[in-house]
Design a protein around this ligand. Structure first.
Ligand code: SF4
Ligand code: SF4
Length: 443
């Protein structure tokens, strides 16, 4: 195994625009009178419905069962009546069926003080079952089923568990608040992951500018006598990418086709280990999450704990609506998020943020010709030549683009961000991947 230098390669420094929300404590959103709950909130196939229109559901009840090991269970975020089904296009442009649940009846889970479970008496198999049953997925946008990621072959050796608190997309601060306000929950979730994975080392990675979260974590780690390192990394987008973090912390690199577990590294976000904590210690399914609402078009930005299935329009109303008409609404961060048109789109397990951006927050440069400045090449964190790939794809040279590493692209947006000619490099590369898939797949 080759050990690599741990310096960040490439990357960019967009204005982080976190100052507004970073100091805002998490607050609870109002419970919506109607939730629209997609059966596809994870990386695999849609969940299989287990309730029907007209059924009454309890809060946290299973309504969709994972179709296979890559998928995840889906639960009712509120008690009520299943009043219908609908076909949705999600923010990430995938389509799926969704249950419409009208709020009725009692909250018998979140409104009550739950007794924590002493998970240390629980076997690894049962811990994995608890994670699976409660529908825990990668909560920082990946949607990967966590029980699958953590369920490694018996012989697999994990050298490094990295808990990812980097959150380096501009505006986003929900993970930062989670580390500040729910420090013990994050650490307990990390301990559960450690018990399952048996890594030789555990590191919690943050950006240097997350000073309060760093302080809180270090203090509680010391007070609880845990053997965890807290690493404060230089601010450099997209340092939070799983493969880049494996390189920065463990000095190991893995291609896009392989899992980081194959090089002895597991990376899990702070929001994910917190969901693991709630699933195991309080047997709570993923029926809510913390979302950052920000952008200059929004009257009152916030970090809000919100029920899955809440229409985004209701979150915007929670934040006082708009001060001016937004130029665009983005779900996720501005570098890798998805623009939506329909604000009835519901919050899913993967919704990290909703941004209402004004024209001044979006750079509208007219596209001109490539001036061969090489900035996109220097910015690419995985060592690609975006400009060459883009040209190959423009000329339909799909095989050459693949050979030049098209599928190593992590779609981070650095090349497009830095390009003085405003060439839509990332869109070109994303479309190129789709074209390869349509023409018979990867070689
Ligand atoms: S979007 Fe792809 S090609 Fe562009 S900088 Fe990121 S990884 Fe490199
Ligand atoms: S950054 Fe833009 S202008 Fe410069 S080489 Fe790359 S594609 Fe060409």
């Amino acid at each position: 195994m080759i050990t690599l230098p741990r310096r960040p390669r490439g990357g960019v420094h967009p204005d982080n625009r976190k100052a507004v929300t970073r100091s805002l404590a998490i607050r609870n959103a109002a419970v919506p009178s109607r939730c629209v709950v997609p059966l596809l909130q994870h990386a695999g196939p849609a969940a299989v419905p287990v309730v029907r229109v007209g059924d009454r559901v309890r809060e946290g009840m299973l309504i969709g069962r994972a179709a296979d090991s890559t998928a995840a269970n889906v639960h009712a975020p509120v008690p009520g009546m299943v009043s219908g089904t609908t076909t949705l296009t999600l923010a990430d442009e995938r389509s799926c069926e969704a249950f419409v649940i009208d709020l009725e009846g009692e909250f018998d889970r979140l409104g009550k003080v739950a007794e924590p479970i002493d998970w240390q008496r629980t076997s690894v198999r049962e811990l994995l079952r608890g994670i699976r049953d409660n529908g825990v997925v990668g909560m920082s946008g990946s949607g990967n089923a966590v029980h699958r990621k953590f369920n490694l072959p018996r012989a697999a050796e994990i050298e490094h568990l990295i808990v990812n608190g980097i959150e380096n997309e501009p505006y986003l601060s929900a993970d930062n608040r989670l580390m500040i306000e729910m420090t013990d929950g994050v650490l307990e979730g990390t301990r559960i992951a450690e018990r399952i994975l048996r890594p030789q080392r555990v590191t919690i990675a943050l950006q240097k500018d997350s000073t309060q979260a760093i302080r809180n974590l270090r203090r509680r780690i010391r007070e609880r006598g845990l053997d965890y390192a807290v690493r404060a990394l230089p601010v450099n987008y997209p340092q939070g990418d799983e493969r880049l973090l494996a390189r920065a912390i463990a000095g190991r690199e893995v291609s896009a086709e392989r899992e980081t577990s194959e090089i002895g590294v597991i990376v899990s976000s702070v929001a994910t280990v917190y969901a693991v904590f709630e699933a195991i210690v309080y047997q709570k399914p993923v029926i809510e999450r913390i979302v950052t609402l920000s952008g200059a078009a929004l009257r009152s930005p916030a970090n809000i704990k919100v029920r899955i299935g809440t229409p985004i329009a209701e979150l915007i109303a929670e934040c006082g609506g708009f001060v001016e008409s937004p130029e665009k609404i983005v779900v996720g961060g501005p570098m890798m998020g998805h623009t939506i048109i329909d604000v009835s789109t519901p919050v899913t397990k993967a919704t990290t943020a909703v941004l209402a951006l004004t024209a001044t927050e979006i750079y509208h440069g007219a596209e001109t010709g490539c001036i061969r400045c090489g900035r996109c090449v220097r910015a690419c964190p995985v060592g690609l030549e975006p400009t060459s790939l883009y040209k190959m794809l423009e000329h339909g040279e799909l095989d050459q683009a693949q050979a030049a590493g098209l599928f190593e692209c992590i779609e981070c947006g650095c090349c497009g961000f830095i390009c003085p000619a405003h060439i839509p490099l990332v869109d070109g590369l994303k479309n190129g991947k789709l074209a390869v898939t349509r023409h018979g797949g990867r070689t």
